[in-house]
Design a binder for this molecule. Structure first.
Ligand code: NAD
Ligand code: 6OD
Length: 495
């Protein structure tokens, strides 16, 4: 597409480089589309190699400039101002996120945007007070020496983001990166660039020096994503997205031996033991399956229920699913928005078809809901539950990333653990039981980065977060984020 100004009613989304909004230097733009209506909502400027290079150079210069020289307390105070700025412009962020993703306004108000602000505050506060390790050693020639470790920022960090929780997952990386003294070049998802762009204004208003926070828009291959991750001025790449994309980015990172931090896909299990409190478990599992239209990497697509409870559990899940209301962000009572795009809906619907071909019983859903004419071009899909599939079915093994789950019975604790772990992924697991010993025993055997017991998505941002197996590399969260965002140096001084 050639360059043009945004038609009336559509936003024009520019790249944000060195504290200024910049048009695509190649004059390339692409359309942003509402997932709820299919209507064009934005004209987005695609960053070419030269734009990405300008962003990386700006980030490098800022490292050496005021940001690199700034006292730590001042840097952390500025990050609090960024969080304040998000709070001050809360409604604008909500508006932008709803427009880009189509998700219910209440979800944006209670999850996405508050976490966007919290992601700056928590790391600004935590990193101010991190102790360092020190060892006194005997030297071979007599006498002693003191070892102590210091940390330096890693440098310019490329932050490559997905579309499901755009501001929240982007700031989850930008917050710790900046708190540790790095500078960043962000590549938001091509589907959801609005809040990353708006954050540029907040950065300027807060007084963050130019070049510290940069945003380049575009796609992955042969576009801004690839140009950024291949750029040798980038010192580390933090990526959230699909496992397959992670493999491609890891190949790019190999050139120049740049470290990566990856949060990838999942096929997360929930284990419901016969002693579970279903009044608590059902609402949690409904949320874990359907919130954000099932587009949450931590969500549950495989549910295993101890046989005596199986029929009741399925019946209660079905009844609770009947109460889900699918609709646009502002409609009262809506619990589920659309999928992110018609393309993603094709993928989800192909699994709905496959489930039937693989022999599933469709407990509820399985298709596309009837929507009013003005929403007919949106990416709507029904919340769906299946039973009766063999464990080996593709629907039980591949990440669908839609509002759906399969429920299967189990007979013993050993079987439950085996079924839960028999997957290539290892992001989260959920265990429901009132037996404390079993809770510890089972949780400790889960091959995952995060196991919730009698809860789901309870997040303390000080804790380690990430995935095992194909679900990620490394841990972020709390002081664990320092592992990736800083370089450790040991200093050894002979007395
Ligand atoms: P995606 O991998 O398609 O895209 C993510 C980002 O990578 C986008 O910005 C995209 O433009 C970019 N990209 C794509 N190809 C690239 C390339 N070759 N080089 C550089 N950049 C490239 O993922 P998505 O569809 O946006 O998000 C959904 C996926 O993300 C799901 O698999 C989900 O499980 C996963 N996810 C994981 C977590 C987690 O914390 N583990 C969180 C959210 C989403
Ligand atoms: O809560 C978080 O910090 C986090 N990274 C959540 C990821 C959700 C994935 O969709």
């Amino acid at each position: 597409m050639t360059e043009h100004a945004a038609p009336a009613g559509r936003r024009e989304v520019l790249n944000f480089i060195n504290g200024r909004y910049e048009r695509s230097s190649e004059g390339k733009t692409f359309a942003g589309v509402s997932p709820a209506t299919g209507a064009p909502i934005a004209v987005i400027h695609e960053a070419g190699r030269a734009d990405v290079d300008a962003a990386v150079q700006a980030a490098r210069a800022a490292l050496k400039g005021p940001w690199g020289k700034m006292p730590v307390a001042e840097r952390m105070a500025l990050l609090h101002k960024v969080a304040d700025g998000i709070q001050k412009r809360f409604d604008e962020f909500v508006e932008a996120e709803c427009l880009d993703t189509g998700k219910p306004r209440e979800t944006c108000r209670h999850v996405d945007i508050p976490r966007g602000a919290a992601n700056f505050r928590i790391f600004a506060d935590l990193f101010k007070n991190v102790p360092t390790e020190a060892f006194v050693m005997d030297t071979p020639t007599g006498g002693q020496a003191l070892n102590y470790a210091t940390r330096s920022p890693r440098g310019v960090i490329a932050v490559v983001c997905p579309w499901n929780l755009p501001l929240m997952l982007m700031t989850w990386k930008v917050g710790p990166a900046l708190a540790a003294g790095n500078t960043v070049v962000v590549k938001p998802s091509e589907e959801t660039p609005l809040t990353a762009s708006l954050l540029g204004e907040v950065m300027n208003e807060a007084g963050i020096p130019p070049g510290v926070y940069n945003v380049v828009n575009g796609f992955g291959p042969d576009s801004a994503g690839a140009f950024l991750t291949e750029h040798q001025g980038v010192n580390g790449i933090t990526f959230t997205g699909e496992t397959r994309t992670g493999e491609v980015i890891m190949r790019a990172a190999a050139k120049g031996l740049r470290p990566v931090s990856f949060e990838l896909g999942g096929k997360n299990p929930a284990l419901i033991f016969a002693d579970a409190n279903l009044d608590e478990a059902i609402p949690d599992i409904i949320r874990a399956t359907f919130i954000n239209c099932g587009q949450v990497c931590l969500g549950t697509e495989r549910i295993y229920v101890e046989r005596p409870l199986f029929d009741e559990f399925v019946a209660r899940m079905k009844a609770a699913t009947e109460k889900q209301k699918v609709g646009p962000p502002d409609e009262p009572g809506v619990t589920m928005g659309p999928l992110i795009s018609l393309e993603h809906r094709e993928k989800v619907l192909s699994y709905y078809k496959l489930a039937v071909e693989e022999g599933a019983t469709v407990v509820i859903g399985g298709g596309v809901p009837q929507m009013p004419a003005e929403l007919a071009n949106g990416a709507w899909v029904e919340p769906t539950i299946w039973t009766g599939l063999p464990h080996e079915a593709r629907v039980n093994r591949e990440e669908i990333f839609g509002p759906c789950c399969h429920i299967a019975p189990f007979d013993t604790e050993e079987e439950a653990v085996r079924l839960a772990n028999d997957t290539a992924y290892g992001l989260t697991a959920v265990v429901y039981t009132r037996d404390l010993a079993r809770a510890h025993r089972v949780a400790n055997q889960m091959e995952v980065g995060i196991c919730w017991v009698n809860s789901w998505f309870l997040r303390d941002l000080r804790t380690p977060f990430g995935g095992a197996k194909h679900s990620g590399i490394g841990r972020e969260g709390g002081i664990h984020s320092l592992e990736f965002y800083t370089e450790l140096r040991n200093i050894c001084i002979r007395y």
